[in-house]
Design a protein around this ligand. Sequence first.
Ligand SMILES: [Ca+2]
Ligand SMILES: [Ca+2]
Length: 95
Amino acid sequence: MIYSDEELRKMGDVNGDGIIDTKDIEIMKVAFGSTPGKPNWNPAYDLNGDGKVDMRDIGTAANNYGKLSTKYYVKRLPSMAGSLIFGTILAVFSR
Ligand SMILES: [Ca+2]
Ligand SMILES: [Ca+2]
């Protein structure tokens, strides 16, 4: 199962690199307990949108650990396959 970047962000990919891993959980730990107005507050880390970053948000990221978005695959496509796809897209749009 591959998710869109937007879906994955809501599931815990707070740094937006296309995978939910320890980096995301570390970022959220720094913001733990934050609420709007606090210096470490970032609404992107409040996954359930209840106005604070707590165990429920970090739990969501932990439950989704290892899930990937399309971005993760695009970044890792071999350059040849990448340019082939890019060339195809260009060809379609330049018609
Ligand atoms: Ca991530
Ligand atoms: Ca929350």
